[in-house]
Structures are given as structure tokens and as C-alpha cells.
Design a binder for this molecule. Structure first.
Ligand code: ARG
Length: 352
């Protein structure tokens, strides 16, 4: 859920503003404040409400696609914020289930944060769930009856977040036709789905619904897409844009298999585990923040002379992964990681 007062949701808001401003489009405003065509419903068991640990409201949606794995939008977890958790199958924010922590997060490697392409990420949960998962829909011809779920904004021209999860029906608009709408829609690719109500804008997803499910099927639902972006919400001729999942089935399967089998490439694995910002207070008392991405790791000697300035630990499949920050002179750092029984050192510096 994108609440203006919540720090955690600001990156999404900024990303949205950037998208709107950069494409010269402004959120049209209507005089009335309406629900964007939704109605309260019972949350599907597979629905995951993403939140920052300690927060009382979700900022994004997701779907459980394997007992340990929630799929969401990459922009929901990018830049990585604090430690994340999900509330599964939550129907109302007034009655929350026990949160389940996110243990590792992998974004699609081609995620493009300005065009919002390849906007998907996998969140690996700390505990296995018996909750029902949702199956991915096969690749299909254009679907015209699709359903969305989320805790996102229900107002076209303000911010009104619901207590109860909302659902609405949207219709798919062919990618070709969607591209001709111009502006930001000009960047639409086949891996995206445009859906909404072209005529009236009666139903749409909105801020805070991101990452949430776009499903097909009534009795048995299948996951067809993920809420990604839009220009304004619920405007005629301005459909919502979703990540189409069919083109990513192989990537999803392989990425999950590698994580479960323990053979994810090391740099990816460490970036996945230490997804949150790594905070460290230096000698002068200043707080430094590092991100464990884009590192190249190589084998290191098993012992070093210096004591670590800071250490971080994560567990993955009963093993402990340890990350250490060492000093290499003024303002110079060296990273060491103990993983899969060996010590590694980062060949480059962590991005700060
Ligand atoms: N980017 C938004 C989010 O982070 C989703 C916006 C969807 N907008 C739309 N008009 N369908 O929650």
C-alpha cells in the first residue's frame, strides 16, 4: 500500500512520479472520489501482502507460486528497503495473520527501472507454507476477463487506502493497440499486458496494488500477470500495465530450482540473501549504507589479520552465511563472505 506517510513506500511514489513526469503526462483528476471499480472480497489464500517488518500496512501485493516462493514486481523490492515480510491470505489489515519473513529476494536480471520492463522478482520465504499456491497460466491468446486483487489506492484523485482487500475485473487490450496510446505506453513490449476499461476507466489497479495478481479463471484461478504501472488510475483510454508471466516461466522455474538446490551463482546468491541495506556506523559515528549487489566474488584465504568492522549473518537451508566488512585503510573496505564452507572476498567494492 502506498501511503504518503510511510517511508517505505516513497521509492515507489518517486518512481511513479518519474514515470509520469518523464513522459509528459499528468494524472488527470476528476471531481469525484470513487473506488476504482473494486469491491471488498475475501483474500485468496495465495495472496501475499508485502510489508516492511514493523509496518502496519502493506505497500505491495504478491502471489504464492511455490511453498516457499512469492512472486511480486521488481519495483516493489527495488531499491531494496528494510527487511521484508508477507501477510498471507489477509482479508483485512485489522486482522493480520502472523507475518512470514522474506529470507532472500531475486529480481529479474533485466528489470529496467525507468521503462518498468521485466518487472518481476521472487521472494523466498523463511518458512514453508501449507497455504494453497496459485499455478501460472499457460501462454494464451488475449484474455478479456481478468481479475485483480490488492490493498492499493481506491481513489482516482487522492489517497484512500482500504481496510479490506479489493478486487475488480479488467479487460486485456492487445499490446499493439496499447502501444499506439503513446506516451509511456510507447515502451510496451510483448512481455507486458495492458488491461483495464478503455471506454470509461471504470476499473483499474492503482498505487499500492503493484506486484499483486492479475488472474484468469473463475473456479480455479491461474496467475497471468503482475500489477506493474499505469498513468493515473482509472482513466478512460489509460489502461493499467502488467508484467506478462508466460515469457518468464523458464526463468522462474530455473531460479527457484537453483535456490532450492543450492547452486545459485555466488554473487546472485549473496545479493539475494543480503537484500536489505547493510548499515554500518564508522569510527566518526557516520552511518554508511551498503548494498550487496553487483559484486564479483573470488576465493579468499581462510584467515585475515584484521578484525571485522561489522558482520551480518543469514541462514539458508540450515547453513549460516556470514558477511564481514574489513578495513583496508581510510575509507577503503574489503568484504569477506563465508558461504558453502569457504571464504570469499569481493573483487570490487560494494556499492554504497
Ligand atoms: N506502480 C503502482 C504501484 O507501485 C501500480 C500502479 C498501477 N496503476 C494503474 N493505473 N493500473 O503500486
Amino acid at each position: 500500500m502506498l501511503v504518503s506517510s510511510s517511508f517505505g513506500s516513497r521509492p515507489i511514489l518517486l518512481a511513479m512520479l518519474f514515470l509520469l513526469v518523464s513522459c509528459g503526462q499528468r494524472r488527470a483528476s476528476t471531481s469525484e472520489t470513487l473506488i476504482i471499480g473494486g469491491q471488498p472480497t475475501q483474500a485468496p489464500a495465495y495472496f501475499a501482502a508485502l510489508h516492511q517488518i514493523g509496518d502496519q500496512e502493506p505497500f505491495c501485493g504478491g502471489s504464492l507460486i511455490a511453498p516457499h516462493v512469492v512472486i511480486t514486481a521488481a519495483h516493489c523490492v527495488s531499491p531494496f528497503r528494510g527487511d521484508l515480510a508477507v501477510w498471507m491470505g489477509m482479508t483485512s489489515v485489522d486482522s493480520k495473520p502472523t507475518p512470514i519473513q522474506a529470507q532472500a529476494i531475486i529480481r529479474h536480471p533485466r528489470y529496467h527501472n525507468r521503462k518498468f520492463q521485466h518487472d518481476l522478482a521472487l521472494v523466498f520465504l523463511e518458512s514453508s507454507l501449507t497455504t494453497k499456491t496459485i499455478t501460472l497460466a499457460g501462454s494464451d491468446a488475449t484474455q478479456d476477463r481478468l481479475r485483480i486483487y490488492g490493498y492499493g489506492n481506491t481513489s482516482r484523485d487522492g489517497f484512500v487506502y482500504p481496510t479490506n482487500i479489493q478486487t475488480a475485473e479488467v479487460q486485456e487490450i492487445g499490446t499493439g493497440q496499447c502501444k499506439t496510446l503513446g506516451g509511456s505506453y510507447g515502451t510496451i513490449i510483448e512481455e507486458q499486458i495492458c488491461a483495464g476499461d478503455m471506454q470509461k476507466g471504470a476499473t483499474d489497479s492503482c498505487d499500492g496494488d503493484s506486484g499483486g495478481p492479475l488472474v484468469v479463471g473463475a473456479q480455479t484461478q491461474e496467475l497471468y500477470g503482475l500489477v506493474s504501472w499505469g498513468t493515473g488510475c482509472g482513466q478512460a483510454g489509460r489502461p493499467g500495465v502488467y508484467t506478462r508471466l508466460a515469457p518468464y516461466h523458464d526463468w522462474i522455474q530455473e531460479t527457484v530450482d537453483h535456490m532450492m538446490q543450492g547452486d545459485t551463482p555466488l554473487d546472485e546468491f549473496l545479493a539475494a540473501l543480503f537484500y536489505g541495506p547493510l548499515r554500518y556506523q564508522d569510527a566518526s559515528g557516520a552511518e554508511r549504507q551498503f548494498t550487496a549487489s553487483y559484486q564479483l566474488w573470488r576465493k579468499a584465504a581462510s584467515s585475515v589479520a584484521t578484525a571485522a568492522l561489522a558482520t551480518w549473518e543469514k541462514t539458508w537451508q540450515n547453513g549460516t552465511v556470514r558477511l564481514e566488512l574489513h578495513s583496508r585503510g581510510p575509507q577503503r573496505y574489503e568484504w569477506r563472505a563465508f558461504v558453502r564452507g569457504e571464504w570469499y572476498t569481493a573483487a570490487t567494492h560494494f556499492s554504497q
